[in-house]
Write a protein that binds this ligand. Structure first.
Ligand code: F6R
Length: 606
């Protein structure tokens, strides 16, 4: 949600900023802008639309020449996407790029207007820039500290002062920001991929910390102006991981990376064919002692939690409550110190998930984060962290992160079930060994690509679709439906197959295709009955099921047969064709698959 970059060094700052912003465009793409110090003057170039528009604009205007600057790619919150509302904001003395929301910006704006300031944009960010100008003392750190004391909300800020043309400043509260450490050059960025081309070393900036970034050194302060000393982190993946590597889209690349991502995630957590979370600081006995488990997350991550619920409840017989983070935090949940809260998040920065985690902690519950981004806010706040090792996920539509999140859900379920004595060691080993086979089966499922492409060609003109399933298949349907709508813009809903006849079946006509998932042997006959009900009402049916399922002629228009695997693990296999169907439908519609409209990766606002 909004991307921030900054650079100080000997290279052409404009080139570095544009290059880094390109890697962050998945965070927002309503507009883009940069500010560069050119011969002692802050020069700003910004405009509505994609980064490509900014490049075109600069090809015409001429690009700022300098070695110190900040840049931004926007996901609009306050004020529509427009040239004026694009970042950076400020005046001749101070300029700012911002990610987050300033909650009290109206009050600050009114105050500044009463002090003689005028505003040109509708953004909350402009108030920060003008507030910094108002409090300017000649000492930037002092000015930032004074201004922050007035600001409520979440922010990551990149700041430049004209009077200090050799440096940039960074500060954050609840929105991500890292400081990249290069060789005679330093950076700021919302996310590591932005700077991977230049350095793999970075510092994590914590809430309420300020960084002063110069070419040869970076100094950190807390808001009491005490100097801080930080250790350097090194990204453990290489630059190729954040490139398309010959694929047409990141989404397709990431679908293809799933077998390896799962392998890399589960392998370190298995020893002697048993789940092993000792490195994460917990074991079966600890997990088994909780009264109930809450799994809280948003979007796709919440859907991974749904799979977790079915599997944990089935194997360990411990109650699991899955909640959407934005609902959990406002419904006074019945969680206490006897409970475990698992939050799932690719980015580790999702505002609602983070707030839910904080609420659980305040109620005394133990917290565990299943997170992909190392050192992210959620990872740092949780009591226990299980990192998924998907590598950077660039496509806004999540695929490989979902897959690794599910793989962790399975391992946790096995560990729990063993911990509470519901399964024997032998059973646990057998399940774990089956999970170890899954990467190969996912690979096989990727081989269904052509078939999925064909199915997509049948869906591309639909206005609306239903995904149906029962049990684990219903949990998976939710994800299939979300994937389709977010990138193809075709409306779809997932429905518990047995619930259809209680109202929603009235929607079924020959214009409403249905994708039915039926992988669970105990439920397959019932789902097929539900399929017959929609088929009888004219729907085109695409059935995703196991190889062995017997389907009478005429029940489904297209059948996608999945490679065989233990049915409990089927969601990891069946997810692949659903992802590919969504992908190819979006491609056929000519949509921008990796950057769907209105969306952004990493939702750091409520
Ligand atoms: C959909 C998607 C989103 C995210 C959700 C949570 O493809 O990616 O639904 O899953 O915004 O994000 P994280 O996992 O970063 O907390």
């Amino acid at each position: 949600m909004c991307g921030i970059v900054g650079y100080v060094g000997d290279r052409s700052c404009t080139d570095v900023l544009l290059d880094a912003l390109e890697k962050l465009e998945y965070r927002g793409y309503d507009s883009a802008g940069i500010a560069v110090i050119e011969q002692g003057v802050i020069k700003v170039e910004k405009c509505k639309g994609r980064l490509a528009n900014l490049r075109d604009k600069m090809a015409f205007d001429g690009k700022p020449e300098g070695h110190v600057g900040i840049g931004h790619t926007r996901w609009a919150t306050h004020g529509e996407p427009s040239d004026i509302n694009s970042h950076p904001h400020g005046n001749k003395r101070v300029t700012v790029v911002h990610n987050g929301i300033i909650e009290n910006y109206r009050q600050i704006k009114e105050f500044l207007i009463s002090e003689g300031y005028s505003f040109v944009s509708e953004t909350d960010t402009e108030t920060v820039a003008k507030l910094l100008d108002y409090y300017y003392t000649g000492d930037p750190v002092d000015t930032i500290i004074k201004s922050l004391a007035e600001i409520k909300g979440s922010y990551a800020l990149g700041v430049m002062f004209r009077d200090f043309p050799d440096r940039i400043f960074a500060v954050r509260k609840d929105s991500p920001l890292i400081v990249g450490k290069g060789d005679h050059e330093n950076f700021i960025a919302s996310d590591v991929p932005a700077i991977m081309k230049y350095t793999r070393d970075y510092y994590l900036l914590d809430t309420n910390e300020i960084a002063v970034i110069k070419k040869d050194d970076v100094t950190f302060y807390n808001i009491h102006r005490e100097q801080l000393y930080k250790s350097v982190h090194t990204a453990d993946w290489d630059v190729d991981a954040a490139e398309k590597g010959g694929y047409e889209h990141f989404m397709l690349k990431e679908i293809n990376e799933q077998p390896n991502a799962v392998k890399t995630t589960i392998t370190p957590r298995i020893s002697d064919s048993m789940p092993d979370f000792t490195a994460e600081g917990f074991d079966a006995a600890k997990l088994g002692a909780y009264n109930k488990i809450f799994i809280v997350a948003c979007g796709t991550a919440m859907h991974a939690g749904m799979v977790g619920k079915y599997v944990i409840e089935r194997l360990a017989r411990i109650p699991v409550i899955v909640d959407i983070a934005s609902e959990f935090r406002y419904r006074d949940p019945l969680i206490d110190e006897r409970d475990l809260m698992i939050v799932i998040s690719q980015s580790g920065e999702t505002a609602d998930t983070k707030a839910a985690l904080e609420l659980a902690k305040s109620r005394g519950a133990d917290t565990m984060a299943v997170v992909n981004v190392k050192g992210s806010s959620i990872a740092r706040e949780a009591d226990m962290v299980v990192y998924t090792h998907a590598g950077p996920e660039i496509s806004v539509a999540s695929t490989k992160a979902y897959m690794v999140q599910i793989s962790v859900m399975y391992l946790l379920a096995f560990e729990l079930a063993y911990g509470v004595g519901r399964i024997s060691k032998e059973q646990c080993q057998k399940l774990t060994e089956e999970l170890q086979e899954i990467p190969d089966v996912i690979q096989e499922a990727i081989g269904l690509e052509n078939h999925c492409q064909y199915v997509a060609s049948k869906l591309v003109n639909a206005d609306s679709l239903l995904y149906i399933g029962r049990g684990l298949d219903y949990a998976l349907s939710m994800e299939g439906s979300l994937k389709l709508k977010e990138i193809s813009y075709i409306h779809s809903e997932s429905y518990a197959a047995g619930e259809l006849k209680h109202g929603t079946i009235s929607l079924i006509t020959e214009n409403m295709p249905v994708i039915a998932v039926a992988t669970q042997s105990d439920l397959v006959d019932k789902t097929i009955s539900n399929i017959k009900e929609v088929k009888a009402r004219g729907a085109m049916v695409i059935l995703v099921c196991g190889k062995e399922v017997v389907v009478e002629d005429g029940v489904a228009d297209h059948i996608i047969r999945l490679p065989e695997v233990d049915q409990m693990l089927m969601p990891m296999v069946a997810a692949v064709p659903l992802q590919l169907i969504a992908y190819y439908t979006a491609v056929l519609k000519g949509n921008d698959v990796d950057k769907p409209r209105n969306l952004a990766k990493s939702v750091t606002v409520e």
